[in-house]
Write a protein that binds this ligand. Structure first.
Ligand SMILES: Nc1ncnc2c1ncn2[C@@H]1O[C@H](COP(=O)(O)OP(=O)(O)OP(=O)(O)O)[C@@H](O)[C@H]1O
Ligand SMILES: [Mg+2]
Length: 249
């Protein structure tokens, strides 16, 4: 079951040696059930901070977040998280055993764990690499394992923080296509952080455009382009221009 998300006037202040730093100010947005939201903005505008609040790793200094109409009070298995860092997998576990991790925590029996893990590895096209260790996989493959792991315990919401930012452009395009397929197959509510306009226009139903210092909402834009989207089409380019206009004004 996917779940809707609502953020109501959330702010976040970091405590630093030099005093408090207001990173996110009065941000509100909503994401419908099984919708794909991209959070877009320049470096330092608070994207990761917002994602960490959604994940429950950070608690909003003000405001509240509702997931499936329940307030977020901490981490939970209703949300799967994928980070930018390739080193998020357990290096001592194979791809399959990485995907099984959350299921082990839930004490799912071994045979069922194995089947579920293989199913999700297949979804991210890595079934042939089930027994490989992270260091034997490319960056893109490791990120696909991380996605499979986040999906394996069937959360309603998938949170992704620039998962493909460190990949080369060609691999990144392949990964974007794969994420669209995975989303269409699993119908999760997705919040995907990026600073790349073309990526947001390729992926999103809605784009939350942020301004920096402190992070505030510039616009929440709806995209009606049919999928699969063609980055070379006139509509795509026009939408990119529109998003850029909001980003830079
Ligand atoms: N641990 C921290 N302590 C103090 N200030 C922080 C901390 N983490 C982030 N900040 C500040 O909060 C602001 C938002 O940071 P955040 O990491 O959320 O931005 P971002 O949009 O994810 O940036 P990037 O695109 O570079 O990943 C930044 O201006 C940064 O200075
Ligand atoms: Mg970030």
């Amino acid at each position: 079951m996917a779940q809707p998300i609502e953020a109501r006037n959330i702010s976040f202040e970091y405590e630093t040696a030099a005093g408090p730093v207001l990173a996110v100010k009065d941000v509100s947005f909503s994401v419908g059930d099984a919708e794909f939201l991209c959070v877009l903005g320049p470096s330092g505008c608070g994207k990761t901070t917002i994602l960490n609040m959604l994940a429950g790793f950070l608690t909003a200094t003000r405001g509240e977040i509702l997931i499936g109409s329940k307030p977020v009070t901490g981490q939970g298995q209703d949300r799967g998280v994928v980070f930018q860092d390739f080193a998020q997998l357990f290096p001592w576990r194979t791809a399959r055993r990485n995907v099984e991790f959350g299921l082990e925590m839930r004490r799912v029996p071994e045979a069922e764990r194995r089947d579920t893990a293989l199913k999700f590895l297949q979804l991210v096209k890595l079934e042939k690499f089930a027994d490989a260790y992270p260091h034997e996989l490319s960056g893109g493959m490791q990120q696909r394992v991380a996605i499979a792991r986040a999906l394996a315990y069937n959360p309603g919401v998938l949170l992704m923080d620039e998962p493909f930012a460190a990949l080369d452009a060609m691999t990144r395009e392949e990964m974007q296509k794969l994420v669209t397929e995975v989303w269409q197959e699993t119908r999760k509510t997705i919040v995907y952080v990026t600073h790349n306009v073309a990526e947001a226009v390729y992926l999103a139903d809605q784009i939350l455009v942020l301004a920096a210092h402190p992070g505030t909402v510039r616009a929440q834009l709806k995209l009606d382009l049919p999928r699969p989207r063609d980055p070379l089409s006139t509509e795509f380019v026009a939408m990119q221009r529109e998003v850029l206009r909001h980003l830079t004004h």
